[in-house]
Design a protein around this ligand. Sequence first.
Ligand SMILES: [Zn+2]
Length: 141
Amino acid sequence: MRLEPNFKNMIHDENFSLESDIVCDCQNDTFKIIHTGIQKNGLFGIVTLKKQNKQLAIEATCTSCGKKITIYNSTLDGLKPKQIPLEEYKPLILKNNEDTFKINVKYNFEPQNYKTDRFEMMQLYIKEKNGKKEICVFEVE
Ligand SMILES: [Zn+2]
């Protein structure tokens, strides 16, 4: 998988799913996030990212060394990547102006595609650097 070098504390089970925290090459685990989709602020602090014009890319930038990590890109990832031009990137910022996050990803795969970028479903959870709340920000099937 493209993201595997940045996995830390990976858990996988017999149902061809896996879950992992994201860590930078420099071992820092706090990131700023930019994306090309639409951010929706829901109830209970739940934020979701939706595709905009059938595309979405999510990039994490390490707050320590500045390295950019592509978390998701609809032109590369999933069972049916779509070659659609990406929209402009904008920062993910929560209502309390928090803009640095820890990131956790979860994937489901068909057996023949296990641990490839051809996943069936991906969920992205972010955790505020100074908070405990996990917020699902993105789910794609
Ligand atoms: Zn780094």
